[in-house]
Unconditional design. Sequence first.
Length: 391
Amino acid sequence: MWAVTLPSMRILICPDKFAGTLSAPEVAEAVAAGWRDTAPEDEIVSRPLSDGGPGFVAVLAEALGGHRLPVATTDPLGRPVTGEVLVVDDPAAGGRTAYVESAQACGLHLLSDAERDPKATTSYGLGVLVATAVETGARRVVIGLGGSATNDGGAGMLTALGTTPLDETGYALPYGGAALVAVAALDGVPRVRGVELVAATDVDNPLTGLYGAASVYGPQKGASRADVLLLDSALERFGAVLERDLSSCPPGLAALPGAGAAGGLGAAILALGGRCESGIGLVSHLIGLDAAVDRADLVITGEGSFDHQSLRGKLVAGVAGAARDRGLPCVVLAGRCSTGRREAASAGVTESYSLVDHFGGEERGGVEQALTRPAEGLRAIAARLAGQWSR
């Protein structure tokens, strides 16, 4: 009797970050290691993902290579931190493209819960990163937006780029979103050297109003109801000043989709003549996700919390939908799973597994273990999956 040898499988691993524990590349590495523990002959392709928020630069650096330039900058409260500018040769852009990540300088994760106060936090540190990217000689600068602690409409970023908001007496305003209630003019010309600016974000909120930056995202950044009303009024005033004083600013700035991204950073980038682009779409294109899905036999994705929001425009939904459209199984790994099986299946998710359950559930300390031993848990789950799925 002849032995039948089945061909090895192609496993595509394309997770988002597990916020607060592992970056997307670290998640992919842990899952790949677990799969190889059980099925070393299978072909594994890793394509970590980001939508423009925390981990944006790390994901693109792994996929594109390029040079990662460390930059001394500041956090949302003006304290020293180190960020990065990723510089990549890009013939399509006519030279180099530089990538920066807003969360490295004004990310919410840089603050303790007690420090969250969008009335005072500033995007100045992001401006330092953008200015450095411009000075590299890049023709295009792509700014990943997401996970910000700020609500200053990009005023701090503009200050770092040479354009300072002033009050009616001509004095520079202090940092923070609240100070913009007194903005009267801008002083100085933005030093962007004609560089093409792109905001990578999947947030389409306007700058102000019921669905604006302050109303929707202010509370999670520490804003009270009174703070939200103050910040929304401040952004309305600042948006009008941007339209009046920056010749590159498009009309109707405050209502433009994406203007409210990252506490109004989208508005500042639009006012500088930039544009907004889907972060998920941009990253997927740059890392060749569609081609990788085409060649896969099984897709594994994941994120920190797989819940009802995951299936409404987030990365996991996009990956699962792509797999479903090709008739491929898609497995989701997460820190915690709370999505119903029927809802997940309709979105293209074949199975889902959580670290909390792997470590015994909430009653047995699973949450704590998921936070402290995520890589170990993911590796073990992936090894078990390989035993179930590999040929």
